[in-house]
Design a protein. Structure first.
Length: 152
């Protein structure tokens, strides 16, 4: 990956709807070489996909909750059961295995507090869950920032 590849990735992270012509102009290439580079970056797995970033308030999902979850035990079947349940819960928009006093950190989006109560009940119903600790986001200072790419 060279300087132009890095520029392409940085541009696409900020403005995912740029056309090949616009990308080519911004990185100083003609359209054909730019399109080939973009295809190579996609085929190489550096670009995982394209999507629209929705305004959470506009789609009535303005409440964000960060949830720490500790499992009863760490047997493979318990981990698989919990992770499958997280994949099935649309309100859980990210789920990370973490170190420290808990096993997972979830990011949950809901419309209002009563919707979150239903999520907590679903989590509590999982026999592998030992502990749930919730922190409500008051406001977002930074979210969805581009990855900090650097030439190596």
């Amino acid at each position: 990956m060279d300087r132009i590849d890095t520029q392409l990735l940085e541009l696409l992270q900020r403005e995912g709807r740029l056309t090949i012509a616009e990308l080519a102009e911004r990185v100083g290439l003609s359209q054909s070489p730019c399109a080939r580079r973009l295809k190579r970056l996609e085929d190489g797995g550096l670009i995982a996909g394209y999507r629209a970033v929705l305004d959470r308030k506009a789609v009535q999902l303005a409440t964000t909750v960060f949830v720490n979850v500790r499992l009863m035990h760490h047997r493979e079947d318990a981990v698989q059961q919990f992770e499958a349940a997280m994949q099935a819960m649309a309100e859980v928009i990210s789920c990370h295995v973490v170190s420290g006093s808990h096993d997972y950190l979830l990011e949950v989006v809901v419309g209002e507090l009563s919707d979150y109560e239903l999520i907590v009940r679903r989590l509590q119903a999982l026999p592998v869950v030992q502990d749930i600790n919730s922190s409500f986001a008051i406001r977002s200072v930074k979210s969805g920032a581009p990855l900090p790419l650097r030439m190596r």
